[in-house]
Ligand binder design. Structure first.
Ligand code: BES
Ligand code: MN
Ligand code: ZN
Length: 520
């Protein structure tokens, strides 16, 4: 799909469908008026809907259509409302659609991202091949042209993703061209479009890595695809094989792979965009290409979803690709331990003791708590790189899904300054995060009986926090570190975020991680 910014009035552009943005007037403050009568009267009033900055030719048709939709109550311009006027013939477009932004004072980049994604998906359903967005109609409250364009383009490009490579005969028959039409095309808009295009391309690539099933996204394939995607960029990819993982004393990681016929891989991505003296930011992602649970095997219902257990790894790969393709002036390292968790004859058995790269001994009391057994060795390696900060992403615990569902990503850090950076980065990308607790009690519950640590908690509940506390044993105290549990957000089920697939990998935290890479 092509995304283009055109300097023009939207009437000059021919397309199957033109989308105009509409806002609604602020709700009347009825506080001063007395009694219920005033309230009732207000409710009966039609909402005031405004479409800004349209040129001359289109205006009459647009105004007329809007008036009639207001009349029958089908238009209110609330955020993400989409109203299609088939064959409206506005200027050179066959169909007209109005997408709502809500009230001007509430418009953020995320509101725009969601509105454009909704319009895009609806346009696709209406079988439009070319869609133009009349950007002059996009009212907002002092957002820069760059931010507006980036959000709009991300909305369309992220919504365009679908996973259909194994459906016979099905080509992507969706929208082929999206035009953002603006009479005031400027440098900021161009930059916003460029950034959005790169980010969405990398997010969509990660989604594809996640959506591929276990037999078609093994650790070997994941490593190969990473190297292939990095070709032509400044990203250096090194892949350690099983023998190297062993000589590097990543025996905790190695132990998880032993029940599988697929060899593990340790994927190292390095990007140098700043002076060598500048400490890198390090990203670590859980790359479980399939998690059967191992000997502590999972119930079969829904087990197919465990192909997504490498989404943390895929999202770190997406993050590193985006950093490189955007040419950011930062140094960054991405690390992905990749393996299957299977119950083969050499698999970890409950009670087995393994020794991690930093020498700590671990009782494997549940082979299904395997994510922490691969992340720990990667975290030790990350610390050896003397980074400015470490961020990890993992589909680590079912408890995270219970706590926050598929709305927020829970993150854990004891470092308040780092937490503030995470919140600021997530606020700017619109990704929802929520800081979770991590205290000494959680750490205490992870002590082992026969080894330094147990891989499961001796206490009840707080399963995501105790998992974070386990990981903390593998991070140097003086290195700022935050752990992101994306078990609920790494793949998507339902229609919550219009730019995410209804079902499938989401690419959660990639855009926030790219922001964080620039925060040091
Ligand atoms: N990959 C799972 C966590 C998971 C579960 C992610 C459901 C997404 C949806 C992880 O490896 C796991 O199995 N965790 C166990 C840990 C437990 C044994 C301490 C869990 O959460 O049940
Ligand atoms: Mn597991
Ligand atoms: Zn897992």
């Amino acid at each position: 799909m092509k995304l283009e910014l055109l300097k023009s009035s939207f009437e000059q552009i021919s397309s199957d469908l033109v989308v105009v943005f509409a806002t609604k007037a602020a709700a009347k403050d009825t506080g001063k008026e007395s009694g219920k009568k005033a309230d009732k009267k207000d409710k009966e009033q039609k909402p005031k809907v405004t479409v800004e900055g349209l040129g001359k030719t289109g205006t009459a048709t647009v105004t007329e259509k809007i008036a009639s939709a207001l009349e029958d109550g089908s238009l209110s311009a609330s955020a993400c409302e989409f109203v299609l006027f088939r064959d409206a013939k506005v200027a050179q477009a066959r169909h007209l659609a109005v997408v709502g932004l809500g009230e001007v004072k509430d418009i953020t980049a995320e509101v725009i991202r969601q509105a454009v994604a909704t319009a895009f998906t609806s346009a696709k359903a209406a079988k439009a091949k070319s869609v133009s967005f009349a950007m002059d109609s996009l009212a907002h409250n002092s957002l820069s042209p760059e931010i507006v364009m980036q959000a709009a383009a991300e909305g369309a490009a992220l919504a365009s993703y679908s996973f259909h490579e194994f459906k016979s005969g099905k080509k992507d028959d969706g929208v082929t061209t999206v035009h953002f039409v603006s009479t005031s095309k400027n440098k900021g808009q161009e930059k916003g479009l460029e950034t959005a295009t790169v980010l969405a391309e990398c997010v969509n690539f990660s989604r594809w890595l996640g959506d591929r099933p276990g037999n078609r996204m093994t650790p070997t394939i994941l490593a190969e695809e990473t190297a292939k995607a990095a070709k032509g960029t400044k990203l250096k990819v090194t892949v350690w094989d099983k023998a190297k993982i062993k000589t590097e004393k990543m025996n905790s990681f190695l132990s998880v792979s032993l029940g599988s016929s697929q060899d593990p891989k340790f994927i190292i991505m390095e990007y140098k965009g700043a002076a060598a003296s500048k400490k890198p930011v390090c990203f670590v992602g859980k790359g479980l290409t399939f998690d059967s649970g191992g000997i502590s095997i999972k119930p079969s219902g829904g087990m197919e979803e465990m192909k997504y257990d490498m989404c943390g790894g895929a999202n770190v790969i997406g993050t590193m690709l985006a950093i490189a393709k955007l040419g950011l002036k930062v140094n960054a390292i991405g690390l992905v331990p990749a393996t299957e968790n299977m119950p083969g004859p050499s698999a970890n058995k409950p009670g087995d003791i393994v020794i991690a790269r930093n020498g700590k001994s671990i009782e494997v009391n549940n082979t299904d708590a395997e994510g922490r057994l691969i992340l720990n060795d990667a975290l030790v390696y990350a610390c050896e790189q003397k980074p400015a900060a470490i961020f990890d992403a993992a589909t680590l615990t079912g408890a995270m899904v219970v706590a926050l569902g598929n709305i927020h990503t829970g993150f854990f850090t004891r470092n308040d300054k780092l937490a503030a950076k995470v919140d600021a980065a997530a606020k700017s990308t619109g990704e929802l995060v929520w800081r979770m607790p991590l205290v000494d009690f959680h750490a205490r519950d992870m002590k082992g009986t026969y080894a330094d640590l147990s891989n499961i908690s001796s206490g009840k509940g707080a399963g995501s926090a105790t998992a974070a506390a386990f990981l903390e044993n593998f991070v140097d105290k003086d290195i700022p570190w935050a752990h992101f549990d994306i078990a609920g957000t790494g793949w998507h089920n339902g229609d919550r975020f219009p730019y995410n697939p209804r079902k499938g990998a989401s690419g959660a935290m990639i855009r926030t991680f790219v922001e964080l890479a620039q925060a040091f």
